[in-house]
Design a binder for this molecule. Structure first.
Ligand code: XBP
Ligand code: MG
Length: 253
């Protein structure tokens, strides 16, 4: 039977509700700085989340929601400039503590560290954003707790492609059967499942009604001893929060 050796965490929506209160705000600030009158409200942003990756999302917005806009000849350069500014705004928001970690996240990460269970990150967001979130929530050395932080453009095809998860597995030389993934979204669970990973999904406001059928279990959050999770789909084997005994029990077929 495969041993559980690695936890692979998505970042946005899984570790923290960064989409609504972090990325969205940062995009809007970048648009304003560039003199654009674009405003991505919460509802529109929910639609734009169909596409992962900030640069890809801006292009999707232009081709589907703002076709009137006369984009400059060099669209890639224009989008890259906006996105660079967006990343700077996002980092500032994290430094200001704008987005806390979701319930159970810090506890579970600390439990994994204490028990020498290895951890990795697999995300479509820009590496600087991961650094900003981890260091401002978990502490200055938090990045070193993860064996690999696979992020952003390290792979050409973003989620729902499995590439970012495959990169983690290849770099650490582990089979998918020895790992568990944590995700929050349709695109994320599709990517993890396509990499052969058993996946725990914790939903948020943007993803609760998505098709999450690749998930092994769907919870409202990871839970705390005094704040039990709600099981949306799947079997929690009598546990009411996700801890290491839960993960080992859950990892068994
Ligand atoms: C997250 C994303 C990211 C962020 C924006 O998806 O799609 O693109 O929304 O970050 P997931 P960047 O949680 O599935 O990894 O602007 O840095 O791309
Ligand atoms: Mg996510």
């Amino acid at each position: 039977m495969a041993k559980l050796e690695l936890l692979i965490f998505d970042v946005d929506g899984t570790l923290a509700d960064t989409e609504r209160d972090g990325h969205r705000i940062a995009f809007n600030r970048a648009f304003q700085d560039a003199g654009l009158d674009w405003n991505w409200n919460e509802a529109l942003y929910g639609q734009l989340l169909a596409v992962t990756g900030g640069k890809e999302r801006i292009k999707y917005y232009l081709s589907n929601f703002n076709t009137e806009f006369q984009a400059p000849d060099n669209l890639d350069e224009f989008v890259a400039g906006l996105h660079k500014s967006k990343t700077a705004h996002y980092v500032k928001l994290m430094e200001a503590g704008a987005v806390p970690l979701r319930p159970g996240v810090e506890r579970l990460i600390q439990e994994a560290r204490q028990n020498n269970l290895r951890m990795a990150i697999a995300t479509t967001t820009t590496p600087q954003n991961v650094t900003a979130l981890l260091t401002n929530t978990l502490g200055p050395d938090a990045e070193s707790w993860f064996d690999i932080i696979a992020a952003g453009d390290m792979v050409p095809a973003k989620k729902p492609a499995p590439d970012i998860f495959n990169l983690v597995l290849q770099q650490l030389n582990l089979p998918a059967a020895n790992c568990l993934a944590f995700e929050d979204s349709h695109n994320g669970v599709r990517a993890a499942a396509a990499a052969g990973l058993k996946t725990i999904v914790t939903v948020n406001g943007y993803t609760q009604h998505e098709d999450l059928s690749g998930a092994a279990i769907i919870l409202d959050h990871l839970g705390e001893p005094q704040q039990p999770f709600k099981v949306i789909a799947g079997y929690a084997k009598g546990f009411d929060h996700v801890n290491l005994p839960f993960l080992h029990a859950f990892h068994q077929p």
